[in-house]
Design a binder for this molecule. Structure first.
Ligand code: BTN
Length: 324
């Protein structure tokens, strides 16, 4: 259940989301609290990555309007997706962590989205910077009946599903960096973190976490690599609810396809979008570094690199790939 502080901050953000000025008095009246209380909550919004300006005589205003998530809109946009269970969180530590706590009561296809994460997780134990309302923070639960063996190439398939959703919105120059980072013009747009809890024979529970930059404030701190967002990659304004609904629908269809056919229906698209095809790459495997030329993926989704010793193939796990 939302704490009263969180509920009040959420209401405050909903009023400010229009990007217009709102006086402390007006906000206090609407939320039935004092102006001093409003002022304290406004200060706290900075910790969620929100940039609130205060101008004497005018009041408070967000640096840019926010396009907030709306469960009703999402459900309306997803009427054709069967058995849909969607949850929208305001602020959470990590949507992946949230799904993990709820897993015993979930059915395949459940999805949760958050407006902000305070401890968003990236691959290789890195943080995922998650300012309020600026991106898509989504985790889907999926149960695979087949055990670990049925998951080979899943992360690549999810990358393809995200890329195809972007293409549906006419986003150009989408590329995939092995295994599933989404890049545009050599800058990262989105990442996927898959967490698996499984049993060798009795099926696997997967949490598919996707972070996709929608309209990150230009001064967003803490991202240690070049990034891009959908707002700058698209000539049209893309609504967060519309894009989220399209991604959820694509995931449902794509994961069902993966369940029955594995990676093979996704391979050609992955290869066509390969960021490092025929380019110099460096693979980092713990303390080991391997240099060579990217030669795409094999039928299991393993990355192929032409090194001084010949063609080598590397499977998933703790491998990072960089341009060289
Ligand atoms: C990466 O490092 O590229 C993967 C980033 C995955 C981030 C998403 S945001 C939603 C979900 N919740 C998390 O804590 N992480 C994933």
């Amino acid at each position: 259940m939302k704490s009263s502080v969180e509920a009040l901050r959420s209401q405050l953000i909903s009023i400010l989301a229009d990007g217009e000025f709102h006086s402390g008095q007006e906000l206090g009246l609407q939320l039935a609290v004092s102006r001093a209380t409003i002022s304290n909550h406004i200060k706290a919004l900075g910790t969620l990555g929100l940039d609130v300006h205060r101008v004497t005589g005018k009041g408070y205003k967000l640096a840019a309007p926010l396009n907030l998530l709306c469960k009703h809109n999402l459900q309306r946009l997803l009427v054709d997706t069967p058995f849909l269970d969607i949850e929208i969180l305001n602020v959470t530590d990590s949507t992946n962590a949230y799904v993990k706590t709820k897993m015993p009561e979930l059915s395949s296809g459940y999805v949760c989205l958050a407006e902000a994460q305070t401890a968003g997780k990236g691959r290789h134990g890195r943080p995922w910077v998650s300012p309020y309302g600026a991106s898509l923070y989504m985790s889907m639960y999926w149960h695979f009946a087949g055990g670990y063996a049925a998951l080979g190439g899943l992360s690549l398939a999810v990358g393809v599903i995200v890329a195809e959703t972007l293409q549906q919105f006419d986003i150009e120059n989408v590329q995939l960096k092995w295994p599933n980072d989404i890049y545009i013009h050599n800058k990262k747009l989105a990442g996927v973190l898959i967490e698996v809890e499984g049993h060798m024979e009795a099926g696997c529970d997967c949490i598919l976490g996707i972070g996709l930059n929608m309209a990150l404030p230009p001064a967003t701190a803490g991202i240690d690599q070049p990034w891009i967002d959908l707002a700058s990659a698209s000539s049209e304004v893309i609504d967060r609810n519309v894009f989220s609904a399209a991604l959820i629908a694509h995931l449902h269809t794509g994961l069902k396809c993966f369940e029955t056919a594995g990676l093979s229906p996704f391979i050609d698209t992955w290869r066509a979008l390969d960021l490092y095809a025929e380019k110099p790459v460096k693979l980092i495997l713990g303390k080991r570094e391997i240099q060579g030329i990217g030669k795409g993926i094999d039928s299991n989704g393993a990355i192929k690199v032409l090194t001084d010793s010949g063609l080598e193939v590397f499977h998933g796990g703790e491998i990072s790939v960089r341009s060289n």
